[in-house]
Design a protein. Sequence first.
Length: 65
Amino acid sequence: MKTLITLMLAALLTTGCASRREHPLQVYDFGIAAPPGSTAGESVFVNEVRAADWLDTTDMYYRLA
């Protein structure tokens, strides 16, 4: 009985690995690559980053459509 359960479990696990993808793989692109010699790869200095004061709470903001 144990071997039957083990075989059934193994069959279920291997069928999950044999399934096909129905949807093609999606690739998201962030735009055209910068041409060589451009300033796209240089670093930028940011003096100070601050969030809005209303975000400095534990309140939850939501909107109903």
